[in-house]
Write a protein that binds this ligand. Structure first.
Ligand code: PEP
Ligand code: MN
Length: 340
């Protein structure tokens, strides 16, 4: 099996081209990463039938490696350097730290306007707010839909901010992509393979939330569904998993997933302590913990009046608490040598 072809440091452009042509001839897609020292060429697809020998004998080839992981493109073996996504100068990935914040649901213009203004002043770079809401009960508030998207667009333009909003269905990807800078896939849709493939065909960064019952390998396999379509801008988000004790917390924030995902994968990892705990008072301490564990960013629910929120008020921070969070995380971000 051949997955990665490591070229010799002095391999010529022609030799590299011959290898990529060979890969295409065998019916696969090459993925070329040019490092400072040498070029590594990955083979995308089910490579079980390809023998190493085919490439080993080619001029300029130093080594042929096989990767046994199912999630090849998401794996660090395939892509040793950290993926850093650059969104109009806002960097997401190792070495950087980004805060995405805003209400659980977009409720009206005033609410989103006030929130955007406040979080921007406090240093958050990306505004969150859902207009399509996957709720446990079909009778709960399900979001403003396309009307809400208009509000997101207006507020985004007014404050010149990047925005992230959830997309629930493949047929809504185009509409949401027109407004949103990052496409969010919620915990319930992590296993929606058609949706993953659809966002994989866009060039928008995708924030993929871990399903509340997903193993790490399932999570990375779902990221693979997006990557295999050619979109390499995937952000992994730990948002809490189901456990036995629901007396106090809504979920258990799996902090160990952060270093584990960073070890297994090159993709950025952000943490959502709002859904991860379900309790407002736990958001700041768990944010500090997430940063210490290596998180590249946070996704935080903030509302001007959490007690009146149409969804997730009990876990949303009010403005004062959000200001405290932004102040309290600074020393932790510095300690981890990340730029904010
Ligand atoms: C959200 O971010 O508002 C949300 C619905 O999150 P999750 O999919 O993690 O429940
Ligand atoms: Mn929510």
């Amino acid at each position: 099996m051949a997955d990665l072809i490591i070229m010799k440091p002095d391999a010529t452009q022609k030799e590299i081209l011959r290898v990529t042509e060979k890969i295409e001839k065998l019916g696969f897609k090459p993925h070329v990463s040019k490092g400072t020292e040498r070029t590594i060429i990955g083979i995308i697809g089910d490579t079980r039938g390809i023998s190493d020998e085919v490439f080993r004998i080619m001029p300029g080839v130093s080594e042929v490696i096989s990767i046994l992981k199912e999630y090849k493109l998401a794996s660090r073996e395939f892509h040793p350097q950290d993926t850093i996504i650059d969104l109009n100068g806002v960097k997401i990935g190792e070495g950087y730290f980004v805060v995405m914040a805003g209400p659980c649901s977009v409720e009206n213009k005033e609410q989103l306007y006030k929130t955007a203004k406040y979080i921007k002043e406090k240093g958050a770079k990306i505004l969150r707010g859902a207009v399509f809401k996957p709720r446990t009960s079909p009778y709960s508030f399900l979001g403003l839909g396309p009307e809400g998207l208009k509000i997101v667009k207006e507020v985004k333009e007014k404050f010149n901010m990047l925005v992230i909003t959830e997309v629930m269905a493949p047929e809504e990807v185009e509409m949401v992509s027109e407004v949103s800078d990052i496409l969010q896939i919620g915990t319930r849709n992590m296993f929606n393979y058609r949706l993953l493939e659809k966002v994989g065909k866009t060039n928008k960064p995708v924030l993929l939330k871990r399903n509340f019952s997903a193993k790490i390998s399932e999570f990375l396999n779902c990221a693979e569904y997006i990557l295999k379509e050619g979109n390499n801008k995937v952000i992994l988000c730990e948002r809490g998993i189901r456990a036995f004790d629901t007396e106090f917390t809504r979920n258990i924030l799996d902090l160990s997933a952060i270093p584990l995902l960073k070890k297994e994968s090159h993709l950025p990892v952000v943490v959502d302590p709002s859904h991860g705990t379900g309790i407002r008072d736990l958001v700041i301490p768990m944010s500090r913990a997430a940063i210490s564990a290596g998180a590249d960013g946070l996704l935080i629910e903030v509302h001007p009046k959490p007690e009146e929120a149409l969804s997730d008020g009990f876990q949303s921070l009010n403005f004062e608490m959000f200001g405290n969070l932004m102040r309290e995380i600074i020393p932790f971000v510095k300690l981890m040598k990340k730029k904010m």
